[in-house]
Design a protein around this ligand. Structure first.
Ligand SMILES: C[S@@+](CC[C@H](N)C(=O)[O-])C[C@H]1O[C@@H](n2cnc3c(N)ncnc32)[C@H](O)[C@@H]1O
Length: 208
């Protein structure tokens, strides 16, 4: 089976992006390096559908980059929904802010600049949906910080849980940190989860 061809087939049978998000992708590809950080149509649409299906109103994202996944989720939120997205790299701030301002859904987005482990505690209240997609080395620290702030029945989505397959035999600090979190979640009976072999691995968990 040609997995790459199947992923491309799946992408082309997944609901397409809005015009503003197509523009964001185009501008990101022109202006930024590392555009593979952008989670892409399958994960983006998965997030959008999960936000809609769960009826989430208050979302936290850790790792904004150009604002792609933030806008995918913001488009799925109700009018009075709110999404906080944390980023520390000022290089990405301009492009993200430009698209949050340009897009109708962007009025629901609050961009929080600074190291996320320091800024998350400054955001008050609880969350009913969280997308974790920032520095992998801190994944276990984010989990410890976020889980108590996730409402019962709330959803946490974690990207890159395979780390290009390195979790099978973790040699780097990042792979070890991701593997540690994967084991922690497996052994945590306060949550129920599924680890999906989608793209670089995506875990979806629900707090019981
Ligand atoms: C994989 S990218 C996020 C991609 C985005 N979620 C998307 O799908 O479009 C990870 C982002 O996390 C940011 N980041 C890394 N460490 C961080 C930290 N300690 N605090 C805040 N942001 C951080 C990086 O600068 C990068 O923009």
């Amino acid at each position: 089976m040609d997995l790459q061809a199947l992923e491309s087939y799946a992408t082309h049978h997944t609901t397409d992006h809005s015009e503003i998000i197509k523009e964001l992708i185009k501008v990101s590809e022109g202006d930024l390096e590392h555009t593979d950080m952008l989670s892409g149509r399958i994960v983006g649409r998965l997030l959008s559908l999960l936000v809609k299906i769960s009826g989430a109103r208050r979302v936290l994202e850790v790792g904004t980059f150009a604002g792609y996944s933030a806008l995918m989720m913001a488009e799925a939120l109700p009018e009075d929904g709110e999404l906080f997205t944390c980023e520390y790299n000022e290089r990405y701030e301009d492009i993200a802010r430009t698209f949050f301002e340009k897009s109708k859904a962007g009025s629901k987005v609050r961009l929080v600049m600074g190291k996320a482990l320091e800024t998350i505690p400054t955001i008050s209240g609880s969350f009913d949906f969280v997308f974790l997609d920032a520095d992998k080395i801190n994944y276990p620290n984010y989990y410890a910080m976020i889980l108590p702030r996730l409402q019962e029945g709330g959803i946490l989505v974690i990207d890159n849980v395979f780390w290009s397959g390195e979790v099978l035999n973790p040699q780097s600090d990042k792979a070890r940190a991701i593997n540690e979190l994967n084991k922690q979640i497996r052994d945590d009976d306060t949550v129920e989860q599924v680890m999906l072999p989608v793209r670089d691995g995506v875990t979806i968990l629900r707090k019981k």
